[in-house]
Write a protein that binds this ligand. Structure first.
Ligand code: TYM
Length: 331
């Protein structure tokens, strides 16, 4: 059976981008593959959270993973820092990761621009830590959104480099996976780019967000003056609203608003109202589940412990073998 690995950085509440870009696939994949889903808390240290924030955010992602339908009996659900083996493999991979290639990674360049006073080595070596997460379980498939494509390419580079260097086929070369479809990018509400927590308040809709706040955010989303002629191409902010509509609404609703747009009869207020109601319909059961799961501390602690044990079995085996291949042998 093929192995799947994927993770989410604990930086706050999960949003629709996380859900449709990644989690939706996790839920489907756990039925068919040997799955490892984790909370990437080592990675989140690159932005220097306080200990309280770090712990609270790890809990929040754990809760939301469970509330969305990840079943800890089917998939191995764990916290990255519960696996010190990941840190060791990261160290080993870093010996063959080069400054030039790390500096060229788009997310590194973006982060360096966004946090110029904190361009730490963890940011630079983010791709080798992510590669360690993936190849430590010898994964073949990685369900992620489009923004992670380049990281996956780096993972393949590191796996291939190790194999060549030691003349082995130890690590498979994993690929990003979305059940045969293109990887997804869910846009934000501010008219450009992607939905993301760090893109500013108002850009993301969270799974745990209350209806009133969702309506307010969506009604404020950026639009334009409307199409100038029938079948005009859509400006980016409008295209974005349609992309969101496509993931939460029925085909009928999408067709209706497409038709309205193409015949220059569109009223963006109506489109946004419909979008808000469909988002609310989608998130309401999740929000309720999130509150329920969050209240069950005992269950959370059981899940985290069970996940750590299962994940360590797999990671300890890989690291032990990698050490032998590299030449660390006991006397
Ligand atoms: P992170 O925490 O930024 O995002 C978690 C997952 O959500 C997806 N995602 C999106 N997909 C579509 N549209 C969006 N607007 C959107 N926003 C977020 C991301 O693509 C991702 O799948 N580096 C990773 C975490 C990570 C990881 C790994 C993932 C660490 N190690 C190993 C896979 C395998 C990250 O920062 O994701």
């Amino acid at each position: 059976m093929e192995t799947v690995v994927s993770g989410i950085r604990p930086t706050g509440n999960l949003h629709l981008g996380n859900y449709f870009g990644a989690i939706k696939n996790f839920i489907r994949m756990q039925e068919e593959y040997n799955c490892f889903f984790f909370i990437a808390d080592y990675h989140s240290l690159t932005t220097h959270p306080t200990p309280q924030d770090l712990h609270g955010n790890v809990k929040q992602v754990l809760v939301e993973y469970l509330a969305t339908g990840i079943d800890p009996e089917k998939a191995t659900l764990y916290i990255q820092s519960d696996l010190p083996e990941t840190a060791e493999l990261y160290l080993l991979l870093n010996m063959n990761a080069y400054m030039g290639e790390l500096e060229r990674v788009t997310t590194f360049k973006e982060k360096a621009r966004k946090q110029p006073n904190n361009v730490n080595a963890g940011l630079l070596t983010y791709p080798s830590l992510m590669a360690a997460d993936i190849i430590i379980h010898k994964a073949n498939k990685v369900p992620v959104g489009k923004d992670q494509e380049q990281h996956l390419e780096m993972t393949r580079t590191f796996a291939r480099r190790f194999n060549r260097m030691y003349n082995t086929e130890f690590f498979p070369e994993p690929s990003a996976f979305n059940f045969g479809d293109n990887l997804i990018k869910i846009p934000g509400l501010d008219g450009s780019g992607k939905m993301g927590k760090s893109e500013g308040e108002g850009n993301a809709v969270f799974l745990a967000e209350d209806p009133k706040s969702i309506r307010k955010k969506i009604m404020r989303a950026v639009t334009d003056a409307g199409p100038a002629e029938p079948n005009a191409p859509k400006a980016e902010p409008i295209e974005n609203l349609f992309s969101l509509l496509k993931v939460v609404s029925t085909q009928e609703t999408v067709d209706y608003f497409e038709e309205q747009y193409n015949t220059c009869n569109i009223r963006y207020g109506d489109l946004k109202k419909q979008l808000a109601e469909d988002v609310i319909q989608f998130t309401t059961p999740l929000r309720e589940r999130i509150l329920e799961v969050a209240a069950n501390e005992q269950y959370l602690s059981k899940v985290a412990k069970m996940g750590a044990e299962k994940a360590r079995e797999s990671s300890a085996k890989t690291v032990k073998e990698a050490r032998e291949i590299i030449g660390f042998r006991s006397f």
